[in-house]
Design a protein around this ligand. Structure first.
Ligand code: PMP
Length: 353
């Protein structure tokens, strides 16, 4: 119904809905792609040793220690790193800074559901490009006039990564617009485009500490690009909140980046659990996309996604079900610990047998 009076000026958006946060501790929570393992012990130490008297002062407004740590890790200069409160905050700054043209921006029809929300809020015109039937991105579809491109690699909720040579093809065809690749899940299997940043000055990568670095509760994300593009993101950020990352988060983030062994060990544990889960699910009649992420995207040949979702929920296992076109018979399931995965598999067996 058309809104009347002062209500006609209210914002018209369909709000983003995050995965449910259960109240009970007994739930196996596989619905928000959080890391199954805690952050590095060095993060705990950094927080325990944090001198709370410094909280009297504002944090370093540019998060310089963290930018320097990240820059050194990825072989960039600190001026090519942007830091924000989780990659949602980073992506919001990117949308504001880069997508100001009249042509529609492009992104896949099945993708991270925050993109349409930002387009609506910021009144950015957009066009969704359907994924192929197997849920892959066909870069040929992105060779049309546009005002910018964004997609996650690997994509969410499909978990499928796009080959680097395909990404280069997309970038070669789109030199006049900014291309943002949301690398939220890249550490779990895809090939990062960090090394393409020098060749493509219109490329920006967004990253997070929420997934591979187990810090979803801390809210830390970052972007990498040319000094020029990063300066535009900083200008946007400084214009609405000039102190985005708090002092404790800066210390925790630095500690997380320093502990590279823990980071790699955690990823390798999750990747092997993921491959075991896919194999066991195959044997139970599931069809699962080739995952390069810390979650799987799967459907069953006899039981509907909605049915499996409801059954697992009853058993105290939360997974993600999307009541949306094309994907309403799929479940997105976060890879848990080995123990959680065993419980998930037993619960599914109970339903199927
Ligand atoms: N991008 C994608 C594709 C995601 O799935 C998520 C997680 N919801 C995010 C960005 C945001 O993650 P965060 O804000 O925790 O960094």
């Amino acid at each position: 119904m058309e809104k009347q009076g002062f209500r006609k000026n209210l914002i018209n958006i369909e709000p983003y809905v995050a995965g449910e946060q259960p109240k009970s501790d007994n739930i196996i929570k596989l619905n928000a792609n959080e890391n199954a393992y805690p952050p590095s012990p060095m993060v705990g130490m950094a927080i325990a040793e944090f001198d709370s008297s410094v909280l009297r002062k504002y944090p370093d407004f540019s998060a310089e220690p963290l930018k320097s740590e990240l820059a050194a890790y990825y072989g960039l200069t600190p001026g090519r790193v942007f830091v924000g409160n989780g990659s949602d905050d980073v992506l919001a700054a990117a949308f504001r800074a880069f997508f100001n043209g009249d042509e529609p921006i492009l992104y896949p029809d099945v993708t991270y559901s925050f993109y349409p929300v930002w387009c609506d809020i910021l009144k950015i015109p957009y066009k969704t490009i359907p994924l192929k039937d197997d849920f892959t991105i066909d870069v040929a579809d992105y060779k049309i006039k546009n005002g910018g491109i964004i997609f996650p690699n690997p994509n969410a909720p499909t978990s499928i990564a796009l080959d680097k040579n395909k990404i280069t093809e997309l970038l070669d065809a789109n030199r006049d617009v900014i291309v943002v690749i949301d690398e939220t899940y890249i550490d779990f299997g895809g090939e990062s485009c960090v090394d393409l940043l020098d060749k493509y000055d219109n490329l920006v990568l967004t990253r997070t500490f929420s997934k591979s670095r187990s810090l979803a509760g801390m809210r830390l994300g970052f972007a990498m690009g040319s000094e020029e593009l990063i300066s535009y993101m900083n200008a946007v950020k400084d214009s609405y909140n000039s102190y985005p990352v708090d002092a404790v988060a800066i210390a925790a983030g630095c500690a997380a980046v320093k502990d590279d062994k823990y980071f790699k060990d955690t990823i390798s544990k999750l990747v092997s659990t993921r491959e075991r889960l896919i194999k066991e699910f195959d044997a139970l009649g599931f069809e699962t996309a080739p995952s390069a992420a810390n979650f799987i995207f799967t459907r069953h040949d006899k039981f509907s996604a909605k049915e499996i979702f409801a059954f697992l929920r009853e058993k105290g296992i939360y997974v993600r079900y999307f009541n949306k076109p094309r994907i309403d018979n799929y479940l997105r399931i976060t890879v848990g610990t080995d123990e959680e995965t065993d419980k998930l598999i037993s619960a599914v067996k109970e339903l199927i047998n």
